[in-house]
Design a protein around this ligand. Structure first.
Ligand SMILES: CCCCCCCCCCC/C=C/C(=O)SCCNC(=O)CCNC(=O)[C@H](O)C(C)(C)COP(=O)(O)OP(=O)(O)OC[C@H]1O[C@@H](n2cnc3c(N)ncnc32)[C@H](O)[C@@H]1OP(=O)(O)O
Length: 389
């Protein structure tokens, strides 16, 4: 079973496809720009779909108009002209979204609709129920919130290859479910201790270079999912966070931390370099000098320090963290979901291309770092228990 899964993952990374029972997703499609041909094919595809409902039809209409004509340029219909007013409102809400982005969003939306109607056994986030099929996560949907909880508490929620893949799947499913917001958190005393260092020991017969290459693709696809995630994404950092679990926080919309949480990116100690777009987001969030202390010198921040530097939105006392955070999130999840989604997109779309380019560059640099003696020695020291952070 384990062997079968591994074979699937490697093959799929090569094809940039993830395939699991009950779900087939094209993980990195949103990372690419939709061509006119993709757009035309989505236009034909949409005619074959079963009725997606009025809300989605309005979205499609608005994106189509934005992609073909640009920002809304017609007079607002009268209040009693209900249908045309709803269409105008949807188009007008896209503001100055660039034509290219609207075209991409249209293609993505149609592709999402097609894959959900194609797949008879798609992952449906059934309300109030734990979603099945994840081994390293617990995913639940309740009160319009999809919660993705990393669930390897005995290993401090270290992220294995399987967990990277499952998080991508859970994010893809959450992006299409009917929840308003999505939350990532950890089970147990840690949020996450970052990359599971035993990922370095699972070397295929083709050799370490091949492993570094496929890992760089995995890393890039993983971070792309956070860049492209279309709804408000919140991190509930329940305890210490290390490595990649910290760097990707710069791609979240809101980060809540327990007073017990710490934030540590010891890349130099590990012979590695920053990922998760942190080489860009951290200097932007906290200024270059503070970012360098974290990313180059591995300075560990307390929750209060991370909040003062803008990486964390708010810190809650550990004793009341869960109660206070979930009360807050339940209130947020009642806000109009389309407005939240569109606001996020307006903010994110400005930077999307840049973030994808940075992610690609960071992954490329890391691919080389993983083959260095500095990195090999640091990982071996941890695995043979000579070193801990
Ligand atoms: C050829 C290339 C392949 C590369 C594949 C890479 C794929 C993408 C990579 C993306 C880049 C990511 C970078 C990072 O995230 S860097 C950060 C990596 N993390 C660490 O270095 C943390 C290492 N862990 C520790 O230092 C300590 O465990 C920690 C301080 C977190 C906690 O210490 P504590 O004493 O409280 O607890 P234990 O050490 O006893 O931990 C309990 C058990 O959990 C295991 N554990 C914890 N963290 C990890 C980890 N990151 N990787 C593997 N295992 C981990 C620990 O070994 C204990 O296990 P046992 O009970 O079995 O001993």
């Amino acid at each position: 079973m384990a062997h079968r899964k591994r074979t699937l993952c490697v093959k799929n990374q090569k094809r940039r496809f993830l395939q699991v029972p009950a779900l087939q997703l094209h993980v990195s499609k949103t990372a690419m720009r939709a061509s006119q041909k993709d757009f035309e094919s989505a236009l034909s595809q949409v005619k074959l779909l079963k009725d997606p409902g009025n809300e989605v039809k309005l979205k499609l209409y608005a994106l189509y108009k934005q992609a073909t004509e640009g920002p809304c340029n017609t007079p607002k219909p009268g209040v009693f002209d209900l249908i045309n007013k709803a269409k105008w409102d949807a188009w007008n809400a896209l503001g100055s979204l660039p034509k290219e982005t609207a075209r991409q969003n249209y293609v993505d939306l149609v592709s999402g609709l097609s894959s959900s109607s194609d797949s008879s056994s798609q992952v449906k986030p059934e309300a109030d129920r734990k979603q099945r099929g994840y081994e390293t996560l617990v995913v639940t949907s309740e009160d319009s919130i999809t919660k993705i909880m990393m669930n390897r508490p005995a290993k401090k929620n270290a992220i294995t290859t399987q967990m990277y893949n499952e998080i991508m799947l859970a994010l893809k499913a959450a992006s299409k479910d009917d929840s308003a917001i999505t939350v990532l958190t950890g089970n147990g005393d840690y949020y996450s201790s970052g990359n599971d260092l035993s990922n370095f020991t699972d070397i295929p017969p083709e050799g370490i270079e091949e492993k570094a290459k496929s890992s760089a693709i995995l890393l890039r696809d993983f971070v792309d999912c956070f860049i492209d995630f279309p709804k408000p994404l919140i991190a509930a950092v329940n305890g210490p966070a290390v490595g990649i679990s910290v760097t990707i926080l710069g791609l979240f919309d809101t980060v809540y931390a327990s007073s017990r949480a710490t934030f540590h990116t010891p890349f130099s100690h590990l012979g590695q370099s920053p990922e998760g777009c942190s080489s860009y987001t951290f200097p932007k969030i906290m200024g270059p000098a503070k970012a360098a202390e974290m990313l180059i010198f591995g300075k560990k921040l307390t929750a209060a320090e991370a909040c003062a530097q803008g990486l964390v939105s708010e810190v809650f006392p550990d004793s009341t963290f869960q109660k206070e955070v979930w009360t807050r999130l339940k209130a947020y999840s009642k806000l109009p979901p389309n407005a939240m989604r569109i606001s996020k997109q307006v903010i994110r779309n400005r930077e999307k291309e840049k973030l994808h380019a940075i992610n690609a560059e960071e992954s490329r640099v890391l691919q080389e770092r993983w083959l260095s003696d500095e990195c090999t020695n640091a990982v071996m020291n941890f695995l043979t228990r000579k070193a801990k952070l």
